[in-house]
Design a protein around this ligand. Structure first.
Ligand code: NIG
Ligand code: FE
Length: 455
């Protein structure tokens, strides 16, 4: 059993300060830090050898919003009583023979936008290409037009609706990018709405400024449009975004035909000077120097990587051997939804000891899914990740991809009490029932925030 800790600073739930989750067949702790190489396949599980309600079954104790301890029932209950955490101060929750995991973390979403783009799905079925649709002024740019015209209330309502869907699939923390404004006023509006939705809870939202997502129409008509827009990002948007103080991270769509590595570097270097940590859309469609750039600038995360070059993989492997690895955040639901054949080389990345995370990329063009469970299934089927590797990728490694590895992503004493109770007896079944409703309950900061009735 992990030692009891006196916890300060957690958000106390209504009524009782404690929450005791009992009756689990399996607790996936993900204890032990960032996963890479063969460790990515180690979920650090505590199982019930017999009856999930028996003496040897695992129990998770939370106190004032933090994990207090994970241990065997017979040891833990006595230690709580004698350690100053009387059992009558705990709300007891029955996992009913299910699995407990850390709350899922989605480290790459484009949460906020207006409108939808189902028409592009049909265009792609008929052979249209995602980048050609964008080059012709559609794709991202059609969402930009709709988003600029949307009211704050409409954006909030949309964000609340999809955060609810994410929570229904077990997600308790997300990253949310701007990038459908592409002018200062709309970018600020998106970042502010993202921040406010996070403050409203229960899902935590970490905002990212993605001003360099595409070149907007008013710059594309100029001969030097991309360069002029990069200057606008650095000189006009960034100071405003920094002064607003909502964004934590900066991101760029570094891809052939969008922003070059040099242009991306200028935006991200400038952002870093304002304290925004870099992350990158890297090599989504073709090798574009994104993985190399992410390693060079020490990005927290290099995302997509469906088409990294050999040199890019070498660069990420080099970074992985340092104190500040770049997390490879793979988005296989995007490759799947674009009907592309080439998925990210997850097996190679894991063999090269590069830590791998997974995310939904939730957005109206390339990945309209809010479900990390869906991503788990695609990761197992198409990236050939094991269920345990994939689960590490949406918990502890996703937390590190957001710089939150010490706070969330595992069930360890002192960390935020963000838990999901699943209606399956082992985490190996999480990718195994596609599109099923597997969540029994979600605990955020020690409070039950979602409970599904029934078996
Ligand atoms: O990660 N490729 C850039 N951004 C998103 C797609 C945005 C869109 O098509 O609206 C992505 O795939
Ligand atoms: Fe994206």
């Amino acid at each position: 059993m992990s030692g009891l800790r006196v916890i300060q600073g957690g958000r106390a739930g209504k009524g009782q300060p404690g929450l005791l989750v009992e009756g689990a067949a399996e607790v996936v702790t993900m204890a032990g830090g960032l996963r890479r190489g063969t460790e990515q396949d180690n979920p650090a599980i505590v199982t019930a050898p017999g009856d999930p309600h028996g003496d040897d079954a695992p129990v998770v104790a939370c106190w004032e919003g933090r994990i207090l301890a994970v241990g065997r029932r017979s040891d833990l209950l006595g230690v709580l009583e004698s350690g100053g955490y009387p059992l009558h101060r705990f709300t007891r929750v029955d996992a009913a023979g299910g699995t407990i995991t850390p709350g899922l973390v989605d480290p790459h979403t484009h949460l906020l936008f207006a409108g939808s783009r189902e028409g592009e799905l049909v265009l792609r079925q008929r052979g249209a290409d995602y980048m050609e649709i964008l080059a012709a002024g559609g794709g991202i740019l059609s969402t930009v037009a709709a988003t600029r015209a949307a009211t704050v209330e409409a954006l909030e309502e949309h964000g609340r609706r999809w955060l609810g869907e994410m929570l229904n699939h077990g997600t308790t923390t997300i990253e949310a990018k701007s990038g459908y404004g592409l002018d200062l006023a709309t970018e600020l509006r998106l970042l502010d709405v993202a921040h406010r939705l996070g403050a409203e809870g229960p899902v935590d939202v970490l905002p990212t400024w993605l001003g360099a997502h595409a070149v907007p129409a008013e710059f594309r008509s100029r001969p030097d449009g991309t360069e002029a827009y990069v200057r606008h990002c650095v000189e006009e948007q960034l100071p405003g975004v920094a002064a607003q103080g909502r964004a934590r991270f900066a991101d760029v769509f570094c891809e052939r035909g969008v922003f070059s590595p040099d242009q991306s570097r200028r935006v991200l270097d400038a952002a870093a000077r304002y304290g925004l940590q870099p992350r990158l859309h890297a090599d989504e469609i073709v090798p574009s120097g994104g993985a190399e750039l992410a390693a060079e600038i020490g990005a927290l995360s290099a995302d997509h990587l469906a088409a990294p070059s050999a040199a890019g993989i070498d660069a990420l492997a080099g970074a992985a051997a340092t104190e500040h690895p770049v997390v490879a955040t793979l988005l296989p639901a995007t490759t799947w939804f674009l009907m592309h054949d080439d998925f990210a080389p997850a097996r190679t990345l894991i063999e090269r000891e590069i830590p791998v995370a997974l995310a939904t990329d939730f957005n109206p063009g390339t990945s309209p899914t809010p479900s990390l469970l869906h991503v788990l299934t695609v990761a197992c089927l198409e990236l050939k990740m094991t269920p345990s590797e994939a689960l590490a990728a949406v918990t502890i490694n996703a937390a590190y991809a957001l710089g939150q590895g010490e706070e969330i992503g595992s069930i360890e004493a002192g960390k935020a009490a963000d838990l999901v109770i699943w209606r399956v007896p082992t985490h190996l079944q999480l990718p195994y029932w596609p599109a099923a409703d597997l969540v029994r309950a979600v605990v955020k900061r020690g409070r039950m925030v979602l409970e599904h009735p029934g078996p």
